[in-house]
Design a protein around this ligand. Structure first.
Ligand code: CA
Length: 225
């Protein structure tokens, strides 16, 4: 497995390179956005970790360029503390997941492994809810047979709500699950992402798979069929 890290903070970059190397990954690293884009485009990377604030070219532009050119490699962005808009913009630009700095190296490893697992999905155990199908093996969701383009974050969010569909899931519980190490626990991000997830799952607005219970949280409304 080959992983690219684009990060201009030398100490952090070095730490990530060493740790991923010890885990057995082949690692390419760059401190510059343009060089990073080149490494991502021209070499067979399995995943990229991209800082958003970079000299040469901003991380967001790297992601947009890669997605526009049809590159599907999983991308994990690194964002600054206290900037929830960055998380949303990054995910909308095509990133699959984010980590807020500073982060624990173990958390980075867990996210990378989850993204790689999902990218190499093996197709087993599907749950059907009328027109919606959740395949926990490939971590894919389809609507009337067409696979939906969900980010890893959106998939985790949906998967959690589905597994706990017998109850109302509070925002803080979702935050604990999605971001055990992120003490910002930004409910704005959650709201924006729930909104996007709803539009993807239910473009016609008839299914209403996720219900908001004011002041209590969210509930997945469909029953298996
Ligand atoms: Ca930076």
């Amino acid at each position: 497995m080959r992983i690219l890290i684009i990060e201009d903070e030398a100490a952090l970059r070095q730490q990530v390179v060493e740790r991923l190397g010890r885990e057995g990954y082949t690692v390419d690293a760059s401190s510059d956005g343009q060089e990073g884009l080149y490494l991502a485009s021209e070499y067979p990377q399995d995943l990229a970790v991209v800082d958003l604030g970079l000299p040469g070219m901003p991380g967001l532009e790297i992601i947009r360029t890669l997605r526009t050119k049809g590159h599907t490699l999983p991308i994990l962005i690194l964002t600054a503390r206290g900037k929830w808009e960055e998380k949303v913009t990054g995910l909308e630009a095509g990133a699959d997941d984010y980590l807020v700095k500073p982060f624990h190296m173990e958390e980075l490893l867990a996210r990378i492994k989850a993204l790689l697992r999902r990218a190499g999905g093996n197709g087993q155990e599907a749950l059907r809810f009328g027109p919606l199908t959740l395949d926990s093996g490939s971590q894919q969701v389809s609507l009337n047979g067409s696979v939906l383009e969900l980010t890893a974050f959106e998939y985790r969010l949906l998967d959690y709500l589905v597994r706990h569909r017998d109850k109302v899931v509070s925002k803080s519980e979702l935050g604990d699950y999605l971001y055990p190490h992120d003490d910002e626990r930004d409910s704005n991000v959650l709201e924006v992402l729930i909104g996007r997830l709803r539009r993807k799952l239910d473009p016609a607005g008839r299914l209403k798979p996720i219900e908001t219970l004011r002041g209590r949280g969210y509930r997945f409304t469909l029953t298996p069929a």
